[in-house]
Design a protein around this ligand. Structure first.
Ligand code: NOJ
Length: 747
């Protein structure tokens, strides 16, 4: 142990109250900082990628190890595995001050066990389930030496052309905020410093979800009021849940790149919100300010990013190249550097890395959590909850709805389509491909076999690829279909079609898949279509002609088992769309909580001189909150405890929900509020509360909601959060078109 380490460790005897803990870490940080050279400080703000999994231009490992030894790298991304992180940490321990490295990784929807993509999980509306999958992801990642995940992505996304919709919680601020908090809690568990917790990162700060035209890396122009009202709440919720870090974003916001925005980072985040964790840049976003024409060169970019409050530079190498000179030239105040370095060191202390730099890189623990069957079971449960039953019509020939299928009916089932036997596609974008995936990831084919016990009643034809124009497999698909009693057609996107840099201008099923579905419908057999994708797709013909449609997103390791559970009724689907499904790309951006206009749209058939298209209905294909069940739910009259409330008084709302079918089921009861007249034009309605309930056949439950005064308030033109007197309508139901209504007047 060298001298510097002794200085640091001598502060570990403080009492363990939270305050004392913070004070104690602050002292250690100050003590260490006082020993650091300017170059060593700058090194802490430099984050580089290894070549394990990259999402941008990169140089090879090369001399990076020497730079670790010289204290010029504070953090790595894309180095995983207990052994690998340990060996790099050993090199960090050869540096003068022995400051440990921080290992970061995009653990977005699982690490070893892959859970449904975040948008799919959001369809469960089940906050504790989402917290649990984030928890498991953290347990698995932490055991592989990862300290920091770049998740959750909390960007509100109202444009399904944007490939990154798959990574967030959809279009709604209230749902998005609730999920943001749940995921932060899941990743950070009992708190940073626990051996199974990773630091979470709320990204991309801010408004990246509004990138113009749905194109990744594009500009955002929006009123600050809208920013506050729609795009910031999930970030605020993450902050309030104790998120350890924020990532800024590639976009400019109203002309200022987020990475160079003092308004976003210094005023709002570190000022108004008093956030004291790390702000990391996005990949190369410091250097990209040169491309934006906002900085003259890399040095100017470093100056502007640091001045604006970006603490750590991911992969631009701008800080490590220029910050020290900028300080020496008195262009940057050393206090700004000190503040950024302290934020980084604080987290390293909090993680316990100074006491034991290898505490997360534990091969034994890694092995122990690697194939934990409990994690796999949770993956299956989460996948079932994420599935959305979009349509399930009664077929006259069957005299019943197509789904669920009976596993004992001795019928021939044809599984048709390019995704039936897919393995990797189930994991979706932002996931890790493990060498044994072919035996671990459950395909649809395997899932149905697992359900039926054997493959004797199953037949299969691929029909076509996901992409391409080849229809030569249709004939075999038709032949297979002719032998079957029911056709299950599995179509969708490749896992690489939604995600970062995966914007699409056309949202139809790729290739000839829709044609394949048409061929199958033409056989006259009952057809179920399963759609596996990372975003809402446009599939009008299918929606009009296929009696049963199940949206299966990308469901992860247990996809096939979960889909089979739903198909055969072992799980009654309960997912509800967290994002509106358009009829056409021409309707985008499309979302349920649009503002009231002067010429409101009337109906899809009466649309003259109102806000409408001449060639397209206004209504979406499937509304926000939509999702069917194998049972039916009836909503009683909506009750409010008073017809007038004062500004500081909560409102009690209740409704009776009854399961009127023959199957037990879960329902997401959704409450929407409309501010009828206000000094700013308000949305036609906004989600303000929801609860997921379970009901047995015939059972009723009274669902109670408390609307706190904050539910009635909004940001006015001066960005003050106010509630104005006047009339409010409340709607409750099973989707955003809820019709049960009551009104209340705010005095
Ligand atoms: C760029 C992405 O925008 C960001 O979300 C991700 O965390 C980084 N690359 C690191 O991979």
């Amino acid at each position: 142990m060298n001298f510097f380490r002794l200085v640091i460790l001598s502060f570990t005897v403080f009492p363990c109250t939270l305050f004392a803990q913070h004070a104690s870490i602050d002292k250690k940080v100050d003590s260490l900082l006082s020993l650091m050279t300017l170059e060593e400080k700058v090194g802490q703000l430099n984050q580089l990628s290894s070549d394990f999994a990259v999402t941008g231009p990169i140089t090879k490992d090369g001399d990076k190890q020497d730079r670790v030894r010289q204290g010029k790298i504070g953090s790595y991304l894309n180095v995983t595995g207990a052994a690998r992180t340990r060996s790099l940490q050993e090199i960090a321990m050869q540096s003068r001050l022995r400051i440990p490295l921080l290992f970061a990784q995009d653990v977005i929807h699982g690490y070893r066990t892959i859970f449904p993509i975040p948008l799919a999980e959001a369809a469960s509306w089940d906050l504790s389930a989402m917290e649990q999958t984030a928890r498991i992801a953290a347990v698995e990642a932490a055991a592989s030496g990862i300290h920091w995940t770049f998740a959750p992505m909390v960007d509100i996304a109202r444009d399904p052309r944007w490939g990154r919709v798959m990574e967030g919680a959809g279009e709604d601020s209230y749902l998005g905020s609730s999920i943001a908090a749940a995921r932060v809690k899941g990743f950070q568990g009992k708190g940073i410093g626990n051996i199974d917790a990773v630091m979470a990162c709320a990204k991309h700060f801010a408004a990246y979800g509004a990138a113009e035209g749905g194109r990744d890396y594009n500009s955002v122009d929006m009123s600050v009021r809208k920013l506050y009202e729609v795009y910031l709440p999930p970030f605020k919720a993450a902050k309030e849940a104790g998120v350890a870090s924020f990532m800024n974003s590639f976009n400019d916001l109203n002309g200022i790149p987020a990475t160079g925005s003092s308004f976003l980072q210094r005023k709002l985040l570190k000022g108004d919100w008093n956030f004291n964790g790390i702000v990391v840049s996005d990949w190369g976003s410091v250097g990209e300010m040169v491309n934006h024409g906002f900085a003259t060169d890399l040095k100017d970019a470093a100056l502007k990013a640091m001045a604006a409050g970006s603490d750590m530079d991911m992969e631009s190498r701008a800080y490590v190249a220029h910050l020290a000179d900028l300080v020496k030239e008195k262009k940057i105040d050393i206090l700004l550097i000190n503040d950024a370095v302290k934020r980084v060191l604080y987290k390293k202390f909090e993680l316990g890395l100074f006491e034991d730099p290898y505490r997360f890189s534990d091969e034994k623990r890694e092995q122990a959590v690697w194939n934990n069957p409990a994690h796999v079971q949770v993956a299956r449960e989460m996948a079932r909850k994420s599935i959305v039953l979009l349509k399930n019509e009664k077929l006259p020939a069957l005299n019943q709805a197509v789904l669920p299928l009976s596993s004992s009916a001795n019928k021939k089932i044809a599984l048709i389509g390019p995704l039936v036997k897919a393995i990797g596609e189930n994991n979706g974008f932002w996931s890790y491909a493990w060498p044994d995936d072919s035996s671990r990831v459950v395909s649809l084919w395997q899932g149905v076999i697992n359900k039926l016990g054997n493959a004797s009643s199953l037949i299969y034809a691929k029909g076509c690829e996901i992409t391409g124009a080849d229809t030569s497999g249709f004939a075999a698909a038709r032949k297979t279909a002719a032998l079957a009693d029911i056709l299950i057609v599995s179509v969708g996107e490749l896992a690489t079609m939604s995600g970062e840099a995966k914007s699409r201008s056309q949202l139809q099923l790729p290739g000839v898949q829709e044609q394949l579905v048409k061929e199958m419908v033409a056989t006259g057999k009952p057809v179920v279509v399963l759609i596996s994708a990372g975003r809402p797709l446009v599939f009008n013909w299918i929606a009009d002609h296929v009696p049963a449609i199940v949206y299966t997103w990308w469901l992860g390791t247990q996809a096939g088992n979960a889909i089979a559970d739903v198909l055969f009724g072992d799980y009654n689907p309960s997912g509800k769309l967290p994002i509106t499904f358009p009829r056409s790309e021409g309707q985008i951006p499309i979302y349920y909580n649009y503002l009231s206009t002067g010429r409101p749209f009337k109906s899809d058939t009466d649309n003259t001189y109102v806000t409408a298209y001449k060639d397209l209905p206004n209504s979406p294909r499937y509304v926000f909150g939509h999702g069917l069940s194998y049972t039916t739910f009836q909503y009683g009259a909506l009750q409010v405890n008073t017809s007038t409330i004062s500004k500081d008084q909560p409102l009690q709302v209740s409704i009776t929900v009854t399961n009127t079918g023959n199957t037990a089921g879960d329902e997401v009861v959704q409450l929407y509020l409309q501010d009828v007249v206000s000094s700013i034009v308000r949305p036609v309605r906004e989600l303000k509360a929801f609860e997921k309930i379970s009901l047995k056949p015939g059972q009723s439950k009274v669902v109670h909601f408390t609307l706190e005064p904050s539910a009635f308030s909004y940001y006015n033109d001066s960005l003050a959060l106010i509630a104005e007197p006047g009339l409010f309508h409340i709607y409750i139901g099973g989707d955003s078109q809820a019709t049960q209504k009551a009104s209340v007047t705010l005095l």
